[in-house]
Design a binder for this molecule. Structure first.
Ligand SMILES: Cc1cc2nc3c(=O)[nH]c(=O)nc-3n(C[C@H](O)[C@H](O)[C@H](O)COP(=O)(O)O)c2cc1C
Length: 178
């Protein structure tokens, strides 16, 4: 296994996750900052672009995370793929994708219900069902995560191995101690 092949393996795992509903790696831990503390939540990986090393997520545009990303777009993704014994940690920045219509039109009615809760997500309510759902495109956001660094760890019975890849090194990568 060389550095380029290891990077390719991680990308193939991520691409698979974006299309395979049963993949572990599909539910990504997305971390940002709330200004004081790290703030993490799970999000479904929707799309992977190998060319620009970007990762697409969907969210409610009125959610807390969108507010936080507006203030500080830096974040990280953490993925664990049990099948391949691979941990993938990715650092980068979020951007709001303006091209939401084509994604919205591809969603079924059930999927659209994940967006448009009222009052907005994170608002306090008097009882657990005291909210409505009005799925509208205005409540839908597409977040694109542009990676600048990958830290990939492979767990093995014999010996683990790990490598770091950075955009500033043209992604050539470097083995590091696991
Ligand atoms: C398996 C799973 C998948 C989830 N996928 C998403 C998702 O794709 N987008 C999203 O906004 N929230 C998703 N959530 C909910 C978030 O983890 C989080 O609870 C919610 O978005 C509110 O986060 P916020 O207050 O940071 O905005 C998912 C939760 C779970 C348990």
């Amino acid at each position: 296994m060389n550095l380029a092949k290891f990077f390719e393996k991680a990308f193939n795992t991520l691409i698979r996750a974006s299309v395979d509903k049963k993949s572990d790696a599909r539910n990504v831990v997305v971390s940002i900052s709330d200004g004081e503390y790290p703030s993490s939540r799970i999000m479904v990986l929707r799309e992977v672009n190998v060319e620009d090393k970007s990762f697409t997520f969907f969210s409610d545009s009125n959610s807390e995370k969108c507010k936080l990303i507006g203030m500080n777009p830096r974040g990280s993704l953490t993925v664990w793929d049990r099948k391949n014994n691979l941990q993938i940690r990715i650092r980068g920045q979020f951007v709001f994708d303006p091209d939401i219509v084509r994604y919205w039109n591809r969603l079924g009615d059930l999927a659209k219900k994940s967006y448009g809760n009222q009052p907005f997500p994170s608002m306090p309510i008097l009882d657990r069902w005291e909210y409505d759902n009005k799925p509208e495109i205005s409540s839908f956001t597409v977040l694109k995560f542009l990676a600048n660094k990958f830290d990939i760890l492979s767990l093995n019975k014999e010996k683990h191995f790990r490598a770091v890849y950075e955009s500033r090194d043209s992604w050539k990568g470097c083995w590091v101690v696991p």
